[in-house]
Design a protein around this ligand. Structure first.
Ligand code: BT5
Length: 319
């Protein structure tokens, strides 16, 4: 109901909405309207009330709530259900538990902060409050396990598109899961899955984006959007944009149309064309990053002249 009220306020721009109109449109009593308005106020919304005129939304807090996200999404698959936490250990674990309990595809879990935010291979993801986007999306794709890297790339393209549209900053993808601006890590993606005998039960895609995160809370090599752009940005606007882009790309993905994802992932890649050192769980080697293949794997031209496709690993440029 709060999401609907916010949507109505925003449609009316800066006008007053009468309690009577709200109660009629929402099909609830005027006392109930008042209760929801109070709930919004408690969450930090400034709402003026004038006798005879009604209510007017004067300012909104930049919170990553299900209300705010739902009020601005117009998606097909992603975001049908959104669950927002003030804080939780990791949105990955909450989403995974929900997926085990049959939450539908597209369900999103967000948090304002995480106490045990994580990256790949048990690394830590710094998740301080009030500045970052931490969200996980439940997917149930019917694809072979070998195509999972494509989902990480899809998410990377969605984040790059959203950042470029909202800030005009030149966000780039460092294969497979980092988003960099001026060589600083702004966002990371974590793709985890549950499979049984090669059949995927569900995939959880976790996105962490530093929007207004203070640099003192971040590692040396990290950056945050707010310090890099003059544009006024909000977490909810960036998150809404990422989810919308993700939804469009995922519709293509389930129809097995990978062309846009791959073309954009290559265009935005800062890895391709460079000599790189690759570190996987099994081995370490160097070579030239020459392509991203149709499964999302990074193709390395080894010094021997042979090509090697890498499905997962850490890649650093060598000069
Ligand atoms: C990642 O791992 O980049 C995946 C990050 C995914 C985070 C999201 S937040 C929502 C969801 N819930 C979670 O618990 N996780 C997901 P990886 O490529 O392994 O990079 C991890 C490394 O990035 C760390 O070892 C640090 O060096 C660096 N790092 C940690 N926190 C960072 C931050 N906030 N911003 C930029 N870099 C960070």
């Amino acid at each position: 109901m709060e999401a609907k009220i916010l949507e109505l306020f925003r449609k009316e721009k800066s006008e007053f909405l009468s309690g009577e109109d709200l109660s009629r449109t929402l099909n609830i009593s005027r006392a109930a309207v008042w209760k929801h308005i109070e709930k919004l106020r408690q969450a930090g919304y400034q709402i003026a009330a004038q006798p005879h005129l009604g209510y007017k939304l004067e300012s909104s807090p930049d919170i990553l709530s299900d209300w705010e996200l739902l009020a601005r999404l117009n998606t097909k698959i992603i975001g049908g259900k959104i669950i927002s936490y003030q804080t939780c250990p990791s949105t990955m674990d909450v989403a995974s538990k929900l997926a085990e309990d049959r939450a539908p595809e597209g369900t999103i879990v967000t948090a304002d902060s995480q106490t045990e935010g994580r990256g790949r291979l048990g690394r830590k993801w710094q998740s301080p409050p009030e500045g970052g986007i931490y969200l996980s999306i439940i997917l149930r794709p019917d694809i072979p396990l070998g195509e999972i890297p494509l989902i990480t790339l899809l998410a990377a393209v969605a984040i790059v598109r959203a950042i470029r549209k909202s800030t005009h900053l030149e966000a780039m993808i460092k294969w497979p899961n980092d988003i960099l601006i001026n060589n600083k890590k702004i966002a990371g993606i974590l793709t985890e899955l549950k499979a049984e005998t090669d059949k995927i039960k569900f995939v959880i895609v976790g996105l962490g984006v530093n929007v207004k995160t203070s640099l003192k809370d971040l590692p040396e090599a990290a950056g945050s959007l707010e310090g890099l752009t003059d544009k006024k940005i909000t977490r909810v606007e960036i998150a809404g944009s990422i989810i919308s882009e993700f939804d469009g790309l995922y519709q293509q993905f389930v129809n097995r149309e990978f062309k846009t994802i791959l073309t954009e992932a290559k265009n935005y890649s800062i890895t391709l064309g460079s000599r790189v050192k690759v570190k996987t769980i099994e081995e370490e080697f160097e070579g030239q990053a020459v392509d991203i293949d149709e499964t999302g794997a990074l193709v390395i031209r080894l010094d021997s002249g042979f090509n090697k496709a890498v499905l997962a690993g850490d890649v650093t440029k060598v000069d």
